[in-house]
Design a protein around this ligand. Structure first.
Ligand SMILES: [Zn+2]
Length: 105
């Protein structure tokens, strides 16, 4: 399953509390962040003993959505750990993929 995901750091790293990423295969990619093959920031977390949890999955989200999330920030507002009323997994509407309409997330 392709998608965009947010990882929630249990302890902030500098000012970072979340990591946003994109993967063609979420099930394969997300666990790699707990190894030396993860994103650099997640490697630093591992070195410092900072644990993390999956904060949200945007099923079928693309790189454009990932870029938008990284550009606009506010990952905490999209994280289901920071906001327990949010569903951990959400499907990205097909219409969003095809248009430039405002991001619903
Ligand atoms: Zn969070």
């Amino acid at each position: 399953m392709r998608g965009v995901y947010i990882l929630h750091l249990d302890t902030p790293l500098e000012h970072a509390r979340h990591y946003t990423g994109f993967a063609h295969d979420l099930a394969e990619r997300i666990p790699l962040h707990g190894t030396s093959r993860g994103a650099r920031i997640m490697q630093v977390c591992q070195e410092r003993g900072i644990t993390w949890r999956l904060g949200r999955i945007f099923e079928d989200g693309d790189r454009r959505l990932e870029r938008r999330f990284k550009k606009t920030g506010h990952a905490a507002a999209r994280c289901a750990i920071c906001n327990p009323t949010l569903d951990l997994t959400v499907a990205v509407p097909y219409s969003y993929e095809r248009t430039t309409e405002d991001c619903p997330f």
